[in-house]
Each structure stands twice: as C-alpha cells, then as structure tokens.
Ligand binder design. Sequence first.
Ligand code: ARG
Length: 574
Amino acid sequence: MANLEEMLHQRLAPAFQSVAGIPVDPAIRRSQRAHFQSDAALSLGRTIGGNPREIANQVVAGAQLDDLCSSVEVSGPGFINLTVSDSVLGRLLAVASGDERLGIPRAEVPERIVVDYSAPNAAKEMHVGHLRSTIIGDAAVRLLEWQGHTVIRQNHIGEWGTPFGMLVEHLLDIGEAEAAHELSVGDLNGFYQAARRKFDADAEFKDRARKRVVLLQSGDETTLRLWRTLVDESKKYFMAVYGLLGVRLTETDYAGESSYNDQLQEVTDELDGCGLLQESEGALCVFPEGYTNRQGDPLPIIVRKGDGGFGYGATDLATIRHRLHQLHATRLLYVVGLPQSQHLEMIYAVARDAGWLVPPARAEHVGHGSILGDDGKMLRTRAGASVKLVDLLEEAVSRAAAVIVVKNPQLDDATRSAVANAVGIGAVKYADLSTDRLKDYVFDYDRMLSFDGNTAPYLQYARARICSIFRRLGAEPSRDISVLVVTEPAERALALELLAFGSVVTSVAETLEFHKLATYLYSLASAFTTFYEKCPVLRSEGETRQSRLVLCDLTARTLELGLGLLGIESPDQM
Ligand code: ARG
C-alpha cells in the first residue's frame, strides 16, 4: 500500500505536468494549514513564468482528487492545501490494522548491504565512540533488514599492527593465565596501560616489543598463539558488552583487520597495475585527487610503509575490495566517528579510481559525533580514565530499577528486573539515537531516564499504558475491521500520525538519521495522549468503540515496531 504522501503525489504530478509542460515534483509535505500541502506552484511560477495562484488553480482543476480529499483549496500566493477525507483515513487504517507490517511494503529493490560498525580495538577498552557506533549500527541493521534487504554485519575490530608487539611481551611478563584473566573480566585498560608504561619507561622492554612485532608479522607460531589469546579474550569481553546492550552482533560478525592480511600484497599489486601507486619517502602511497593538507600538498593513503609493513589504510582498501568483490554488496555503510571522515572519503576515492567501487554500488560514511560528560568534554570517569562501558550500562539499569520499583511496586522480581533492563538500556540507546548523529551530546542519566519528554521511558510507558487498556478490557485487540470511523479532530490527528510511519521509515532507511524516527515516535505518542484525553475508549459504544480500540492497538504496535527498529524493547507493563 502506498502512503498518503505518495497517493497525493500520484494525483498531483500529472496535473502539474499538463499545466507546466514539463515534469514537476509536487513536493507534498505535512502541513499546519490542512493535512498536506504542495508549494510547487510557487517555484514553478518562477521557472515557467506566470502567476503561481493561477497555476495552482489550474492544477487543482485538472487533478483527480475528490475520492481522496474532502477539501482542496488554493491559498496565499499559491499554496495547495489538501485535507484527506475521513473515509480514506478510515480505510487506510483498517488496511494497516490487518497487516503484520502495518501496511508498509518492503523495499522495492532489495540490496546486499554491508554495515561496518562497533569495531573496537583488541586489548583496549571500548570507548564511548564505539558505543555510539554499536548503537547506530545496530539500528541500521534492524531497519534495513526489516525493509527486506540482505544485511551483512562486519565488526572490523583492530587486532593487528605495532601495539601487539608490546602487548604480547607484556602478556609473557605477567603470564598467560593472568593475562587471560585480566582481559576476560574486562580489565582491558589496566592491561593496555601497564604494557604502555613499560614500553615508555623501559628500553629493554621496548626493544623486545619491536622484535615481537617482526615475529608477529613473519607468522611465528608461538607469537601468533599468544596474539590469538589477546584477541580471543578481548572478543569474549566485547561479546559480553553486546549481550548487555542487546545488539545483533555475533561471534561470526568479527572480520578484524588481520583477516585481510593475505590480501594486502594482492591489493598492492592491483593498485600498481592501475598505475595508482607512487613512492614517497620510502613508502608506497596512493594520492587520490582532491585531498590536500593545509599547505596544499596532496595527502596519501599509505599502502606499504617504509619498513615493509601494511597499516590501517592498506587494510581498509583490502576491506572495501572484499566487500564489493567477495560479499557482492551494493551499499557499504561505515558507522564510524566523524574524525575518520576524510580517511574514509579517501578510501572510497581510491576504490573508485581502482575500478572496484562502481555504480550502482556506493559507500557512505554514517558519521557520528561524541558523547560528552557534563563538563562538555569527552565522557570520562571521575578518575579521568576512559569509562568502562559495562559499568556505564549497569548503572543505567540499576537507576531504572530504582525508578520502576517506585512507579510500580506490584511487579514481581523477575518482571521488574526485565523491565529495568529494557528501560535502562533503552534509555541509553534512545538518548543516542534521538540526537542528530552528527552532533555531540551530553550523557545524562537523569534526562535519559525521565518519564517526561522525548525519552525511551516516555515512549515505553505510553505503549505499556495502551497494553493496560486491553488488560482491563480482558480481551485481545481485534485487528479485523473493514473501515474505522474517524470523526473527532483528535482521532484525525492520530490517524495522520499513524499513517505517516511508512514514509518516515523509507526516508530514514535512506539517510540513517534515526533522530527523525525518534521525533516521529514522540509526536505519535503525543497525538495519542491528546486522543486519549479527548475521546473515551472503553466508555464509548458500537462502531466508535471498536474503531478507537483499533486506534489504540495500532498506536501500540507502531510504537513497538518503531522502538524495535531502534533496538529498544517495549515491556507490556512497567
Ligand atoms: N577500530 C577503529 C577505531 O577504533 C574503527 C574501525 C572502523 N572501520 C573501518 N573499516 N575503518 O577507530
């Protein structure tokens, strides 16, 4: 089923075209004046010449709208205001109610989409940047899968390169068992910093670390085994964080930097074959066009370093080639912090120049800002260390539990802890996803856990309240209805919100601006609140009662689905 904007578009576009003689996008949008409006006559007046009001009148006269709209009027300098008829709203709502997918079709062209997200570094604590990437990436995975795409999750963890020389030596110093213990309980920072301290202070250790890097890169068996311990223990810890967060990442999604090692030489040769490689200060580099530093010198992607080793850039080139040629993806998403924007743009440019990245395939940086503490700086613990993610999440859950126990003392222990988990984790995710991802935001437990305002608990509570209506009714909602009666202004406003869900989903799948989905859910919940104040449900009768129950049910399902696409659970009571 098409959404309302599309239906109106289909009616207005031909009328515009016959007036203008050229194709015109009616640019239908939600409106304060009526339900929808089109301002296309105004700009058309400028392009083809002529009075916009006149043009608008001709378009309205030529468009077939009377089966959709109860009123169509031209106002002001040439706005077309469209009010959809109650019967159309009632019919579309009935279709949505009878459909598992709430009347929203799958993507017309299903694609293979790679989502690169989370990507922490082994033997190092995940920082809040990795938290954002994990939350946003998970929402992308859920939304795109729900649309019917084939989504391939890739967790590009950093587990190769020079730091591992020092980390392996430190592991040998303290003993394998102790190292495994520290890492598996999540003391990644302690481990890393101890290694770092020795590296900086102790020349003998530094020398051992350097030799160890050489052994690692030459594939020495013992070294590889020790390195694997570091990586495996870190992976276990990351899995624990993912479990707590409830994201879809699994063991099999790890595709770390080292998994591209045996492709790096081939990639180098291929770039050389295209004439893209240049030697610069002993290193082999590619200089994609248009990237320069402040002095105007061309910026390189270093493919092979002077010492013969390969680094982050080379790995990313192998990675993009793999995703295009082996994974056959046509859309590549990189959910990575904004500071890596230029690096990624340069990787895409090289991939285009090498003939790997060709349309319809495209690569997109889904960039994000940082999470700040209340001092406005990158979030840290009081001691100044970077925050341990597990602690952060556990704190959110225990604060949620404290609120829930006051709000609803009747809940049994098991339910309360499940609800606290859904609310605490949901609050952390929603605080992130409801912010424009390009912006930084301040991590604030009180705000994210508030039951008022644009928060997860508010939306979860709005839905739980609807569930309680059906509990009081003592019956499952009936979804089988041929048409809803829509007569009250508050019913109409709610109907329009409900029917807007599909177009929000479609546009967010394109832009990955999850805050727009969040804003939508918040305004849906607000429209429901007004409806519920103005329109009695259980105390009404007949068709009205049945229609209002369906409106309640559809609101609950839309909230549940919408939150679910953001990776947030909806408890039935709280
Ligand atoms: N491990 C990197 C970091 O912590 C992020 C990797 C992002 N993905 C990529 N393909 N470069 O900064």
